[in-house]
Design a protein. Structure first.
Length: 363
């Protein structure tokens, strides 16, 4: 059975629950509230993280929200201050980016990732609090990054993977100037209850078309394509057994109030009559290192999830690529953690691998 590593590859921190947008597919439950992380909470996280970073060439602290920039520069700088030897990353909707924020990113050597779903007509789900399209503000923020010559990644949500879309998206992001592109097929999770069964053929074709577009002009690092090619290369070289790490990355997400959520950041903020609030402890009471050392028994659902991972291993031919369905997708699609295949599995793992292989003519 795969266990949980006591040392994470990165940590996610929520400086505020507030988001200035109200995207229709968003999973966050409290994005209209402004619950803020205290400096004491950040310092408690740093007490464990700094030790891990000292033995790691690239340890990442990811500021996620809500909209992290809604916390303000002074507050965010204070939260970042206790961390040593880490890379700071921020996932932002870009609408608040101005010259002062760009100077902040440069001063703190922050890695910036922007959420944008393609051309204006594909951003209809991304709305401000008044229900108006946010695209113009997003683009203004991106243009400000470019004017300051700050490299950035892009994260795109696809809500309708139809024919021809992948090529159009890739061309758009080439023109946008991002270095890295991540594609998320919309997920049924959190407060977004829309079912994400888009049909196997449509999704597989989407991924195959994306590979075709990328191969014509591979200037962007496309996250999903690189994952897949790395796995395919390992299979061909006989090293597929070495692709999955021996233990699961706990991906600790520290909420604004200090609670720690493991394995799936999307569980933060939710409560279930059977499972409780899904948290594994609070850094204001127990060190993050100690919470991760006891991760397998830290919450009742975790052991159930680990059994589900083993069920995936024994039943799914794609386990070597996927590593088992994500915890939040299991819960929000099945209502429990020991189920196996999810729509997210099919959309973002199975169809992804098959789409890349379709393109390569290997199937």
């Amino acid at each position: 059975m795969r266990g949980i590593s006591p040392i994470p590859g990165y940590v996610v921190l929520q400086p505020t629950t507030l988001c200035n947008l109200d995207c229709t597919y968003c999973y966050l439950p409290f994005r209209s509230r402004n619950d803020r992380m205290s400096p004491a909470t950040a310092a408690a996280v740093a007490a464990s993280v700094n030790g891990w970073a000292a033995g790691n060439d690239r340890f990442s602290v990811v500021w996620h929200g809500g909209e992290p920039l809604a916390a303000g520069r002074t507050a965010l700088a204070g939260l970042m201050a206790p961390f040593e030897g880490v890379e700071h990353h921020v996932q932002t909707n870009a609408t608040l980016i101005d010259d002062a924020w760009c100077e902040f990113f440069t001063e703190h050597r922050m890695h910036v990732s922007v959420s944008v779903d393609g051309p204006p007509d594909l951003n209809g789900e991304r709305l401000d609090r008044g229900g108006a399209p946010a695209y113009a503000k997003i683009l203004h923020g991106i243009e400000t990054l470019r004017r300051h010559e700050i490299p950035f990644s892009a994260l795109c949500v696809v809500s309708s993977p139809g024919p021809g879309l992948a090529g159009r998206l890739y061309d758009y992001f080439l023109g946008l100037g991002c270095d890295v592109l991540g594609i998320n097929i919309e997920e049924q999770e959190g407060v977004n209850a829309r079912v994400n069964d888009f049909g196997t053929d449509a999704v597989r074709t989407f991924w195959a078309e994306l590979v075709t577009a990328w191969r014509r002009d591979p200037r962007i690092h496309v996250r999903e394509i690189e994952w897949t090619l790395r796995y395919a290369g390992a299979v061909l070289s006989g090293g597929a057994d070495d692709v999955l790490p021996a233990a699961l990355d706990p991906i600790p997400t520290i909420a604004a109030d200090g609670r720690v959520f493991l394995l799936s950041p999307e569980l933060a903020g939710f409560t279930d009559a059977h499972y409780g609030d899904f948290s594994s402890g609070n850094v204001l009471q127990t060190s993050l290192a100690d919470i991760l050392a006891g991760a397998a028994g830290s919450a009742g659902w975790v052991a159930e999830y680990l059994r589900g991972v083993e069920a995936c291993r024994s039943t799914c031919p794609y386990f070597g690529f996927c590593g088992g369905a994500h915890a939040a997708n299991r819960y929000f699609e099945h209502g429990r953690f020991d189920g196996t295949e999810t729509n997210h599995c099919r959309n973002s793992k199975i169809c992804l691998l098959e789409g890349v292989l379709d393109h390569a003519g290997a199937r």
